[in-house]
Design a protein around this ligand. Structure first.
Ligand SMILES: C[S@@+](CC[C@H](N)C(=O)[O-])C[C@H]1O[C@@H](n2cnc3c(N)ncnc32)[C@H](O)[C@@H]1O
Length: 306
């Protein structure tokens, strides 16, 4: 045990003394170090505390790791505060903000075959969110899916491929904490709306847009089947529901598509059901894997049919 304690202390010390980690630009290495302090050190020490003696030494080890963690988090906090101030003051163009994000956290493309989260997600969470997610307050129907965020690399891909026009109106159906709508607006300039069933998530997302001084991002707290989508032409679904509810929602979008062309982006298992709609054609080259962005367009012949 003594050797292990010495080894862990020396590991924490190495992180603490690594000057490169205090360089703002080094976000990804810092994020890795923070993860390692949390999972390899603090959690490990905590479980040892439950099963071993040596309480004083282990508690002091945990406090040491927490102190180093706070120092590193402070670097991120200063960085995010500055970026948030610049967003709220409208100091970035859409392209300028994208450059900032990629400069610090990359574009996540190395993980595009993967459904896991990465340091790019850690970065956009720090940038856009105001704290931990609130608890759900409303019971979901069995086919409604619980909250899980879309990986940021998928949102970057969506914005890159969407060729947004200034008059477009984007909807994230089942918008959770709101990152997709906020990011799409910030990276493209279009008006973005999120529709969310859970009031606590919706309030949280509204608070995020308020903090960033965004007037063109709105969140609507209602069941997605009840919304009037007359102004929307670009829709995103990260599998907010399945089965019959998804079918009803697609029926609503199909009705909308009788008056104008719409684009539908999907991510996750709902893609399989969307792909069976005979009024949509799939136009991306991302293959059959459900954890890749899928892009659907209204079939040409439907346009102007009514
Ligand atoms: C997989 S999460 C996606 C969250 C968000 N789109 C994102 O990518 O960050 C699905 C979300 O849909 C919401 N949801 C489920 N059923 C819904 C419904 N009928 N109407 C509106 N939102 C719903 C859930 O509360 C949850 O926040």
């Amino acid at each position: 045990m003594e050797n292990i304690i010495r080894e862990i202390r020396s590991y924490i010390e190495t992180i603490k003394n690594d000057k490169t980690l205090y360089d703002e630009m080094n976000f990804s290495d810092r994020a890795d170090a923070l993860d390692s302090l949390e999972f390899d050190v603090i959690e490990r020490v905590e479980s040892s505390l439950l099963t071993n003696g040596r309480h004083e030494e282990l508690t002091s080890l945990r406090q040491y790791a927490e102190m180093v963690k706070i120092r590193l988090e402070d670097v991120d906090e200063r960085l995010f505060q500055r970026l948030r101030y610049n967003i709220a003051s409208r100091n970035y163009t859409s392209a300028g903000l994208r450059q900032q994000i990629v400069k610090y956290a990359g574009d996540g493309l190395e993980n595009e075959q993967d459904e896991s989260y990465d340091n790019l997600d850690a970065f956009t969470n720090g940038l856009l969110l105001i704290g931990p997610a609130p608890k759900e307050t409303r019971e979901r129907e069995p086919e409604m899916v619980f909250y899980q965020p879309t990986p940021t690399r998928i949102v970057l891909e969506l914005v890159e491929k969407a060729d947004f026009q200034p008059q477009d109106v984007f909807y994230d159906i089942g918008s959770g904490l709101g990152q997709v709508s906020i990011l799409v607006h910030l990276l493209s300039g279009v008006c973005a709306k999120g529709v969310e069933f859970e009031p606590a998530y919706c309030n949280y997302a509204r608070q995020c847009t308020k903090e960033l001084n965004l007037s063109q991002v709105k969140f609507i707290n209602v069941d997605a089947r009840e919304v009037d989508y007359a102004d929307g032409n670009v829709f995103f679904l990260y599998t907010p529901f399945e089965g019959r509810i998804l079918e009803q929602m697609l029926g609503r979008l199909r009705d909308e598509s009788r008056t104008r062309g719409i684009k539908l982006y999907t991510y996750g298992p709902c893609t399989l059901q969307v792909a069976q709609q005979n009024w949509l054609e799939r136009v991306d080259q991302n293959g059959r894997e459900v954890y890749r962005l899928a892009i659907f367009k209204t079939l040409e012949q439907r346009l102007g049919a009514v």
